[in-house]
Design a protein around this ligand. Sequence first.
Ligand SMILES: Cc1cc2nc3c(=O)[nH]c(=O)nc-3n(C[C@H](O)[C@H](O)[C@H](O)COP(=O)(O)O)c2cc1C
Length: 204
Amino acid sequence: MKLLHVDSSITGDNSASRKLTQQIVAAWTAKHPDTEVEYLDLVAQAPNHFTMAAMAPRTGQTEGLSAEQTAENAVSEQLVSQFLSADVIVIGAPFYNFSIPSQLKAWIDRLAQPGRTFRYTASGPEGLAKGKTVIVASSRGGVYSTSEAMQALEHQESYLKVVLGFFGITDVRFVRAEGLGMGPEAVASAFASAANDVKAVTAA
Ligand SMILES: Cc1cc2nc3c(=O)[nH]c(=O)nc-3n(C[C@H](O)[C@H](O)[C@H](O)COP(=O)(O)O)c2cc1C
């Protein structure tokens, strides 16, 4: 089994989501010792923002590509192949400005390729990356899960669920540490709750 471990926090050793992804991968590999782990640090190896130079997989252009287009396509191809070859994907997804880090969005922009992760049919879109398990390590300064008013403000977990669902992935599990900006007691309680999530999401 192949597991792709992805981090996207900019905060290095202080990162909550990086701690959580480490815990998830450790718990998963303890349970499934045959797992082969590949690591992708989207901050150390950030793909460029998505531009027209990276559009060939969407436009279908194969002839007359510039050097820039060829280089950008190679980045997209490497990232989508790596994603498609994984059975389990662990994604560190910090909550930044009501959404996800732009590095994580840039990765998703490279994965969203017709014919690879989705296609349009007469009856609508169909995801092509079926059968994978994704575990998201969600870290948040505030608390967004306990009221509808706050849930309406979050475009991090909800966005990831939508886009992964669009790729055909229905098994999306969350490990959540929230309230990390709300003082030491809230931090302790957030990590205790996340530790329970780690056990739950790696049990099956
Ligand atoms: C650039 C930046 C933007 C942030 N924006 C928000 C926000 O909109 N809402 C919130 O509740 N917390 C916000 N936070 C707090 C983070 O969600 C919190 O620090 C979390 O631990 C980030 O994950 P990380 O430690 O893995 O980087 C922000 C933090 C940073 C660094």
